[in-house]
Write a protein that binds this ligand. Structure first.
Ligand code: ZN
Ligand code: FE
Length: 258
């Protein structure tokens, strides 16, 4: 049975997004990366939804800070990476690469995306064209390499890049404007990037989120998904055809000190 999620986006802390995903067919409802409990409880009350699950992409506090309070308040199950079970507060269901996770009737495929952390995972709901990718992929950017190599992160991003173009990228942070300032220095002549930057400026000026974007937009404009494009390699002083993992690593190093 195919089921399409209703997704509510909740801005919290300085620049985090929590997503509450609801399957109308079954009533199942998940909080994705709840930094805090109260905003999730308020959203549940607003909609008359009952929380059945927490989905964690990784263990960082700004993604799991609400786990235990939400679990106490709702009796929900906490779903996270098997590889990170020791670091996910309150974990009940341990999952890994290729596993199917059912949120009611809505099926997700689990993708392991190490690099930002060693146990990072993403949840892909193909029927809803929704990707919850935590701190692996951002709009016009990607997560910092805290626990992984450039080659690992490039492989993780390549895995996400291969999903359908219409997929919406529900990343966990609003970093787009700052990412865009770096991206523009990498690819000055990319019309897709210029168009996206115009859109980001308009949204930001109106106080609106720039997230989600689509994977098609990111493939066309996000330099961190484009390390195998000759212009991007040349922008970081490499030859066209250089090892994309190497080009990616150099991009990431430059962004770290940008
Ligand atoms: Zn993180
Ligand atoms: Fe984060």
């Amino acid at each position: 049975m195919m089921s399409t999620l209703v997704i509510e986006q909740i801005p919290v802390l300085a620049d985090n997004y929590i997503y509450v995903a609801h399957d109308p067919a079954s009533g199942a409802t998940a909080a994705v990366d709840p930094a805090a409990a109260e905003p999730v409880l308020a959203a549940l009350q607003r909609h008359g939804w009952r929380l059945s699950h927490i989905l964690n992409t990784h263990h960082h506090g700004d993604h799991t800070g609400g786990n235990l309070d939400l679990k106490r308040a709702t009796g929900c199950q906490v779903v996270g990476a098997r590889r990170d079970a020791a670091r996910i507060p309150g974990i009940d269901v341990e999952i890994g690469e290729g596993d199917n996770f059912l949120l009611g009737h809505a099926a997700a495929m689990v993708l392991e995306t190490p690099g930002h952390t060693s146990g990072h995972i993403a949840f892909w709901f193909p029927d809803s064209l929704a990707l919850f990718c935590g701190d692996t992929l951002f709009s016009l950017g990607c997560g910092r390499l805290f626990e992984g190599s450039a080659a690992e992160m490039w492989a993780s991003l390549a895995k996400l890049r291969a999903l359908p173009a219409e997929t919406r990228v529900y990343c966990a942070h609003e970093y787009t404007a700052a990412n865009g300032r770096f991206a523009r220095l990498v690819e000055r002549d990319n019309p897709a990037l210029a168009a996206r930057l115009d859109q980001v400026n308009r949204l930001t000026a109106a106080g609106r989120p720039t997230v989600p974007s689509t994977l098609g937009e990111e493939r066309a404009a996000n330099p961190f998904l484009r390390a195998d494009i000759p212009a991007v390699a040349r922008a970081v002083g490499r030859e066209a055809g250089a090892d994309p993992a190497e080009v990616f690593g150099e991009l990431r190093r430059r962004k770290d000190v940008f």
